[in-house]
Design a protein around this ligand. Sequence first.
Ligand code: CA
Length: 227
Amino acid sequence: MGTNRRVLVVEDEPVINGAVTDRLAAAGYDVVRAFDGPGAVEQFRTSEPDVVVLDVMLPGLDGHEVCRRIQAVRPVPVLMLTAADDETDVLVGLAVGADDYLTKPFRMRELVARVAALLRRVERAAELTETGTTDLGDRRLDPVARRVWAGDDEVHLTPTEFDLLLCLAASPGVVLTRERLLREVWDWPGASGTRTVDSHVKALRAKIGAERVRTVHGVGYALETGR
Ligand code: CA
C-alpha cells in the first residue's frame, strides 16, 4: 500500500518504538519519531504529521497531556497505546482528543490497520463535505473548515466528534445503528467498538447539547436538527 502520509510515533521504549517505526515504514508511511512527551510536542510542530501513534506512559509529559497539547496546535487523528485494559485510561484519552486506542501487547498488523483506518476516515469526511449539510437548526457546521458554531461561539470538537457529527448530519432524523457509525466513522467493525461509539456520543452531546442526539435504545443514534 503506497502512501506519502506521515506518521509520528511516540514511545519511550526503544524496542517498541523501533518495531512500530519499521512496520509503518514497510507499509509505505513516512515515519518520524519521539521518545518523550516534550519531544513529541516539538516533533509534532516541526514535522506536521497526518496521524499520531501515542503511548500513554511517557517521561516528561504523559500521553494524555501530549494529546491535549498537539490537538490545541492542530486537529489530528491520534491512536493511543495503553498499557493495560484500563477503562479510565481510555476514557481520559478520548476526552483529550484521541480517536482510537490499542491495548499492549498488540499485533503490528492490527496497529497498521488502525492507522490506515484513521487516515481513511479523514478522507471520507472530506468527501462527505460535498453533501453540503450545514444546517443544524441553531448550530452551524462548516464541513470545509471542519468547524461548528453556536451563534457567534465556536464549539470545539475533536476530529472524531466532528466526523461523528458530520455522519449524523448527513442523514438528520434518521436512526443510525452503532454498527453503522463504527463502519462509517471509525472504518472498523470491532466487537468492542460499540462502547467507543457510546463514549464519543456522550462527549459530543456535552458539547452540542444533549437533546441534539437522540438515543434509540439498543439500536443507535439520530441527530435532531430542531426543525
Ligand atoms: Ca511507555
